[in-house]
Design a protein around this ligand. Structure first.
Ligand SMILES: Cc1ncc(COP(=O)(O)O)c(C=O)c1O
Length: 394
């Protein structure tokens, strides 16, 4: 599609990264499998290079099925270029490793997804990188923590499990004043609900496993950089890691992408309806959803996002494990398991208290993360209502 036309996100979602005319007119980009890619002659072999990324070279670096998906995500997030990798965690790992060296200091939001913390506490520390966690709600005050050797400020907004919103433009100003890169786990918003590069982000990470794929059947991560220079830094790191993603998975992600807008619109509407219903329940002490007007992060959400996804948390009044099992083990519609962003609803009990270090999570209640899927909200509410009745039963 024409890059310089100001199309709306739903239009871009349908047309980005298809190039049907170059592929026999087929609507969805074809699946091209390859390890070996043959060169015409010795001269072509001598000239061949995996860089710049996106050319025929060797299967590990991708085939057009992957390159077209990368083109679509870059266009949707508004970045210079995207790299698709084998999982969200691989995207996080490769993006951070691309910008750090021994002796550096990195700042990581205390609300980050746990495996990001795991990478920082093990691998980064092992290679002489100092890791400091910060309060996700710091905003401009993060300037007091950014040092001359801070290379990365890692953000995730809203935060995993607890959904604090971060003032990304204020954080980016403080980070850039000391030449640190701002990396954002932007998975909650998918590639359309927030424009990370307009907020000052340098590299945006998506666990494509969630809303891009949208059907709970593919693992994928994406790394999108704002500039050519940062994109090249990321591709060199991904090449060193040997990470690769197969064309079947890229094809499924392309399919998922086309319906992202209608799915997200429904996740937004149903999620907010259920969040409001939960606020009125006596079993629930609070609901953590930035789209709710009384949420502490609501003003930032309204400023920086055009909608909400279907993922948030609620806190039950303190409950013993066997009582919780009575509720969760017998849900008709809500499944229990890791990940989110598919078409189905999920519940996941979690304990942020055991994870935090820069801030404390001292709520005695039981936190439950909820993903509101595409089922009818009346049916989902009836399922939750029956679950709450079981919670109360002796
Ligand atoms: C916010 C966030 N980022 C990253 C990931 C990692 O994605 P993946 O499971 O594809 O490795 C997850 C997975 O749950 C997540 O919730």
């Amino acid at each position: 599609m024409s890059a310089n036309k100001d199309f709306k996100p739903s239009t871009r979602l349908v047309h980005a990264g298809r190039r049907s005319r170059e592929y026999h007119g087929v609507v969805n980009p074809p699946v091209m499998h390859a390890s070996t890619i043959l060169f015409e002659n010795l001269e072509a072999l001598d000239k061949a290079s995996p860089l710049p990324h996106g050319k025929d070279f060797y299967g590990r670096h991708g085939t057009p099925t992957r390159f077209l998906l990368e083109e679509a995500i870059a266009e949707l997030e508004g970045g210079y270029g995207t790299l698709c990798v084998s999982s969200g965690v691989s995207a996080i790992t490769n993006a951070i490793l691309a910008f750090v060296k021994p002796g550096d200091h990195v700042l990581i939001t205390d609300s980050t997804y746990f495996p990001t913390r795991n990478l920082a506490n093990t691998f980064l520390k092992k290679f002489g990188i100092e890791v400091e966690y910060y309060d996700p709600t710091l905003g401009a005050d993060i300037a007091g923590l950014v040092r001359d050797n801070t290379s990365v400020v890692w953000c995730e907004s809203p935060g995993s499990l607890t959904f604090e919103m971060q003032d990304i433009p204020a954080i980016a100003r403080a980070a850039h004043a000391k030449n640190a890169k701002v990396l954002l786990d932007n998975t909650w918003a998918g590639p359309t609900l927030c424009r990370p590069f307009d907020l000052g982000v340098d590299v945006s990470i998506q666990a494509g496993t969630k809303y891009i794929v949208g059907h709970s059947d593919v693992m994928m991560g994406t790394i999108t950089a704002a500039t050519e220079e940062d994109f090249n830094t990321c591709i060199k790191q991904v090449m060193i890691s040997g990470d690769s993603i197969g064309p079947d998975d890229c094809y499924l992600a392309q399919r998922g992408l086309r319906t992202l807008n209608v799915r997200l619109r429904q996740h937004h509407e149903s999620g907010l309806a259920i969040a409001k219903w939960l606020q009125g329940r006596p079993e629930v002490s609070r609901v953590l959803h930035p789209g709710l007007p009384d949420d502490p992060g609501h003003a930032i959400w309204k400023r920086d996002f055009i909608g909400a996804s279907g993922l948030f948390s609620f806190v039950l009044h303190p409950v013993e494990r066997p009582q919780l099992a009575k509720m969760l083990d017998h849900m008709d519609l809500f499944g229990m398991g890791f990940s989110w962003g598919g078409f189905e609803s999920l519940l996941l009990p979690s304990a942020p208290k055991n994870i935090r270090t820069a801030t404390t999570w001292d709520d005695p209640g039981q936190l439950v993360r909820i993903h509101v899927g595409l089922e009818d909200t009346d049916d989902l509410i009836a399922d939750l209502e029956a679950g709450f009745e079981r919670l109360k039963s002796a």
